[in-house]
Design a protein around this ligand. Structure first.
Ligand code: ZN
Ligand code: ZN
Length: 387
């Protein structure tokens, strides 16, 4: 027991305690990171030759030219206001198929959905034309698992342009293919919705990405066929760039409240554009959280808002989230001190046991073998489905 009236002894113990925790913090930063966390800053130096896929370069050049023409039609009021509203609505709908479907459901397994919801999400994701769910989820699991290395398909260390669009204009780095093979994708092949889409992807894309929206703009909203086509391509390229900003901007512009040793950042403004996908530093540390963010602020996270409504209806279940205690300890230990409560005197709760309990490797989500047993046991599951 420390005598409460002996301020000198109390002070000297407090200083010792503070030193002890500071040393622990420094050590935990060093120990914390596995080799996967090492940043590969110069991929070109390793006998790797960049091979450009010119067909994709031409396709993206044409698509972006049409996108610029669409913007010109908008600012010169040459398209109807209702057509503009429809384009935004359809962009959000298809992006929802990506954020709630391909991303949080199929890649990260952060919740479960019944068959009608999975079919709905699959159709929306087909309208987004960003590769079928199986391929999308595989690329994204590889991105999480090998983030910021050559095996990351859109490695931010190769520059903003590469992470944004450049990676789709050249052949994959051999590490992406080789290390990608180590990722377990068997769960997706057990889902008949994913398998159906993989098998019938081209007709699904033609219907939901091209014919249906163009038909609606032309026949229902009264645009000429050419203007309807341009509007639809404009909508598509707009949503593509929104998604790509998560790979580029959300690894560059923002703070790192949870883990300072990775490139992913909290990119607040992007959350508006990508209906809740900008909280990327948190998302890389806890990819199994269905919110893909710590804060349940609906205005910044439309995807969570809709998922919560679906949960109320009983259509989606087992929504996983991380207890605040775990988030707090992690943020205090490995964050950049910009976390909401940083500065409050909660440092003393950091101890060696917490460091042991951390997930040490990058993980792709719920079910990754490298997830720590402690974090797995501590997960909070909302709307649990009892079988
Ligand atoms: Zn993700
Ligand atoms: Zn990322």
């Amino acid at each position: 027991m420390i005598p409460q009236n002996n301020t000198v002894i109390t002070y000297s113990i407090s200083v010792k305690k503070l030193r002890y925790f500071r040393q622990k913090m420094e050590k935990s930063k060093e120990d914390h990171l596995s080799p996967n966390f090492q940043i590969d800053a110069n991929p070109e130096k390793k006998n790797y030759k960049l091979e450009i896929v010119w067909r994709n370069v031409v396709i993206f050049a044409i698509l972006h030219s049409l996108f610029l023409y669409w913007l010109y039609l908008i600012i010169t009021f040459q398209i109807k206001f209702t057509s503009f509203v429809f384009c935004i609505f359809y962009a959000v709908l298809t992006v929802f198929g990506v954020t709630a479907g391909a991303h949080r459901l199929w890649t990260h397994k952060s919740y479960k959905a019944n068959l009608p919801v999975r079919i709905f999400l699959m159709l929306c994701q087909s309208g987004a034309l960003q590769n079928h769910i199986y391929e999308w989820a595989r690329d994204h699991r590889v991105h999480h698992k090998f983030a910021d290395t050559d095996a990351d398909p859109h490695n931010i260390n190769r520059g903003f342009f590469f992470a944004h669009i450049g990676w789709l204009m050249c052949k994959k780095h051999p590490d992406v293919i080789n290390k990608g093979k180590t990722i377990d994708m068997s769960d997706l092949l057990k889902d008949p919705v994913v398998v159906f889409q993989k098998k019938h992807y081209i007709p699904l894309v033609l219907i939901f990405n091209l014919v249906l929206p163009t038909y609606f703009l032309h026949s229902i909203l009264g645009e000429t066929l050419w203007t309807a086509f341009v509007c639809n391509i404009g909508r598509y390229v707009f949503s593509l760039n929104g998604t790509w900003f998560v790979n580029s901007a959300a690894h560059v512009w923002g703070n790192k409240p949870y883990e300072i040793n990775i490139k992913a950042v909290e990119c607040f403004r992007l959350s508006w554009l990508m209906i809740g996908e900008g909280w990327h530093n948190y998302h890389h540390v806890f990819p199994w959280d269905y919110k893909a963010a710590e804060l349940p602020i609906y205005k910044h996270n439309l995807t969570v808002c809709i998922l919560d409504l679906m949960a109320k209806a009983g259509w989606v279940t087992d929504l996983k989230t991380v207890p605040e205690e775990i988030i707090r300890k992690r943020a205090m230990r490995t964050g950049d001190k910009s976390w909401k409560y940083s500065g409050n005197n909660v440092m003393s709760s950091v101890n060696n046991e917490d460091v042991q309990n951390d997930t040490k490797e990058h993980t792709w989500g719920w079910g990754d073998k490298d997830m720590s047993e402690y974090e797995m046991a501590a997960v909070k599951i909302l709307n649990r489905h009892h079988e």
